[in-house]
Write a protein that binds this ligand. Structure first.
Ligand SMILES: *Cc1c(COP(=O)(O)O)cnc(C)c1O
Length: 401
């Protein structure tokens, strides 16, 4: 997607608008799929990153499965045409009725606490196999809201409670066909990933009925120049070697699963906004834009760096700006950015907006959610209409006087 495509898209559909490039999504999928040295890995795209039905259908065509973290996401997957057995359901702190619904649909079930495991055993015994989510207690680095495998994390069953899992499984004849870990997306060092893998291999010895191991995600993408990224070929080769070795010791070939979200869609997306106000204060020059934390919350929530570019004045004299949103909070997209001169009305592109952008958006300040556009073969296609005021009060019930 070059600047012209982005500008044309913004002029055609208005701003703010999320624009995704289909080709980037396909390329990232293929790159990851082929990174494991000949092992036919199964990828379940984590749809919480970006769940537009057209993106799901695109990935289905590529051969992807889905990782769903809520029953609603399971339904989005089915609606997009996925078979139940292509969907892995990994809930956290949900009511048991949601688990029952997932089981009746027939998706793979990943259990992440002992209470649910007992309830499951009681009701279903050995009638359907399940996967167990293990917390390997690895600190993956990064922001605490992103990193989910550390000691204080609410996710998974502790590695140190495996004996208890085995006991419960034995008592209820539960068939455990998979082990899972997901440590969060800021693993910078392949060796950290492999330490987690080693723990899963060790745990696997307790479970004779396994058919797959699921290593979750943790694949990083660059957000700014010089960022350390997961070197996918390097880590792929290392994981493949260690997995082959594990299968030999385990005595059977298992499947190797992953659940990438960010890696697949982050770089495909840009949020196009427009400068509304240039405001000189005593300390800086603010560029106010017609968007905010209601549309892209990562910079404020995770302190994430998102590159920002001036699409409509790329050759302007670079100046130092703070780019801020229009919400009544301090919603700063970027501090101290050198950007070609921004004039009121200029179009700006905020990078890496494909993952956890639209899907985390909300209607705070009674603001409307943006439109979404998918660029297919260089042609921008509207895949979600911009909201209207009606979307904000649709479910309100006006009481009689
Ligand atoms: C969020 C999530 C993922 C995807 O993580 P990314 O960092 O977007 O790749 C995978 N598995 C589970 C269980 C998740 O909750």
């Amino acid at each position: 997607m070059n600047n012209k495509t982005l500008l044309d898209t913004a002029k055609k559909f208005g701003t703010p608008t999320y624009v995704y490039n289909a080709e980037t999504i396909q390329n990232q999928y293929t790159k990851l799929k082929n990174a494991f040295d000949g092992i036919d890995v199964k990828l379940h795209y984590a749809l919480k990153a970006l769940n537009n039905i057209n993106v799901l259908r695109l990935l289905k065509k590529e051969g992807s499965g889905l990782d769903a973290v809520s029953i609603e996401e399971v339904h989005l997957g089915l609606r997009a045409g996925f078979e139940a057995n292509q969907i892995m359901y990994t809930p956290n702190c949900v009511d048991f009725s949601e688990i029952e619904e997932a089981i009746s649909i027939g998706v793979h079930l990943n259990i992440d606490n002992l209470s649910t495991l007992e309830k499951f055993g009681n009701k279903y015994g050995n009638t359907i196999p399940i996967c167990i989510r293990i917390n390997p207690h690895i600190f993956a680095g990064g922001h605490n809201n992103i990193s989910v495998g550390h000691i204080d994390s609410k996710f998974g069953i502790s590695f140190y409670q495996l004996k208890h899992v085995v006991r419960i499984a034995k008592h209820y004849n539960i068939v455990i066909n998979g082990l899972h870990m997901h440590t969060g997306s800021d693993i910078l060092d392949p060796d950290v990933f492999l330490r987690g893998a080693d723990l899963l291999y060790e745990a696997a010895n307790e479970f004779p009925d396994l058919t797959f191991l699921d290593f979750g995600s943790g694949f990083k993408v660059p957000y700014k120049e010089g960022d350390i990224v997961t070197e996918i070929e390097l880590i792929g080769k290392k994981i493949a070697d260690s997995f082959r070795n594990f299968c030999k010791n385990y005595g059977r070939e298992l499947e190797l699963w992953f659940e990438p979200g960010k890696y697949i869609v982050s770089e495909s997306g840009k949020l196009i906004v427009q400068a509304t106000i240039i405001k000189q204060t005593t300390s800086t020059v603010f560029v106010g834009v017609n968007s905010g934390q209601n549309h892209l919350i990562r910079p404020m929530f995770y302190n994430a760096y998102h590159k920002i570019e001036n699409l409509s004045n790329p050759n302007g004299q670079p100046k130092l700006y703070s780019i801020v949103g229009y919400i009544c909070e301090s919603d700063t997209f970027g501090y101290d950015r050198m950007i070609p001169e921004v004039r009121e009305g200029d179009f700006l592109a905020i990078y890496n907006a494909g993952a956890y952008g639209f899907s985390m958006s909300n209607q705070y300040n009674a603001r409307l959610r943006p439109a979404e556009v998918l660029v297919v073969n260089k042609e921008p296609k509207l895949i979600r209409k911009r909201e209207t005021l009606e979307d904000i009060y649709r479910n309100e019930i006006i009481l009689e006087d």
